[in-house]
Design a protein around this ligand. Structure first.
Ligand SMILES: Nc1nc2c(ncn2[C@@H]2O[C@H](COP(=O)(O)OP(=O)(O)OP(=O)(O)O)[C@@H](O)[C@H]2O)c(=O)[nH]1
Ligand SMILES: [Mg+2]
Length: 308
């Protein structure tokens, strides 16, 4: 399955929510301020995400006010705005052998699942991958990651439940060097940005793996649940102040009308969006690509609505 079809499938609800709300402002003569306010309110109620709703209706306020426009023209304005707000990440490159990636984020954001999907992707590209069970908080977390390691055929390093995540990460890097791995993916326990001892635990992981090589970790990715609102942006800013994030992964954009959250995250933060999660299955993680995302959000909206 191509990336675009995964994206389009995931964004169906968002696309349909956008489109059904547009009916209030097309075909009813000139677009007025009141119509745009209504649209804004409806988009918010349709759960498109408050920030995304503001951004898109602001664009219409600037470009569509006082005009009679077709659905395609209105979608075109929104599309242009979306393209303006988004940017493509720099190409992903392996910067070491192994290239070490530390994956962090709040509880339940999708870190472990994302690591499993990434391992599978990298392995399908011919890379040798090792994943490290740096979430030692619960035995179930280690088992969950182990299952992903088996599914994706990645090497796996774990310690016992309750052991020091920094020691797991250190050993994983050691093993990866010895085995000639190309990529190390280190899972971590979910944590809130305002829990000092947990942030300190993460700092220790970073400090300890730097003993192998000061360039470790080459990447530090924050996983964000795409269904969460403004709060996420503030949380991400705090994480970014503590750790220089090199990329974001936005998960759970499927099955929700909040697929527009990518717009608000991208416009509020200067951190590249690397990957988007479009489902629970192993292939449902796609590299973020501005054009594909925008196409998934706006294109074929009419025919898709018919199909649903
Ligand atoms: N629909 C959907 N579900 C997802 C996606 N990514 C993860 N999930 C689900 O979200 C739930 C939490 O995912 P995990 O990968 O365990 O999240 P985590 O960040 O590792 O959680 P903790 O380790 O508890 O902090 C699981 O049920 C996953 O299947 C996605 O892109 N789409
Ligand atoms: Mg986890």
């Amino acid at each position: 399955m191509g990336f675009l079809s995964v994206i389009k499938g995931g964004l169906t609800k968002t696309r349909n929510a956008l489109l059904s709300e547009l009916k209030g402002i097309v075909g009813a003569g000139k677009i007025t301020d009141e119509m745009l306010e209504n649209l804004e309110e409806h988009l918010i109620k349709a759960d498109v995400g408050v920030e995304a709703a503001f951004l898109l209706t602001d664009a219409l306020r600037e470009n569509a006010l006082g005009k009679s426009l077709s659905t395609e023209e209105v979608l075109g304005i929104m599309r242009t705005e979306a393209e303006r707000l988004l940017s493509d990440p720099p190409p992903f490159e392996l910067k070491g052998k192994p290239h070490v990636i530390l994956v962090i984020g709040v509880n339940g954001a999708g870190k472990t699942t994302t690591i499993g999907k990434l391992a599978s992707r990298f392995i399908s590209e011919g890379k040798k991958v090792l994943i490290a069970a740096g979430d030692t908080f619960r035995a179930a977390a280690i088992e969950q990651l182990e299952a992903w390691a088996e599914r994706s055929q990645a090497d796996f390093v774990k310690h016992q439940e309750g052991s020091d995540p920094a020691a797991v990460a250190y050993d994983a890097c050691e093993a990866a060097k010895a085995r000639g791995c190309d990529v190390v993916l280190i899972d971590t326990a979910g944590r809130l940005h305002n829990k000092d001892h947990l942030m300190e635990e993460l700092r220790k992981v970073v400090r300890v793996i730097k003993k192998h090589d000061p360039s470790y970790p080459h990447d530090l990715w924050l996983v964000i649940d795409g269904n969460t609102g403004q709060n996420t942006i503030n949380q991400t800013k705090v994480f970014h102040q503590s750790f220089p994030l090199t990329g974001l992964v936005i998960t759970k954009l499927d099955g929700t009308a909040k697929g527009g959250s990518v717009l608000s995250i991208s416009s509020a933060l200067q951190i590249p969006i690397r990957w988007i999660g479009m489902g629970e299955q192993i292939h449902q993680l796609v590299p973020f690509n501005k054009q594909e995302y925008v196409e998934g959000l706006f294109e074929n909206a009419l025919s898709n609505e018919d199909a649903n």
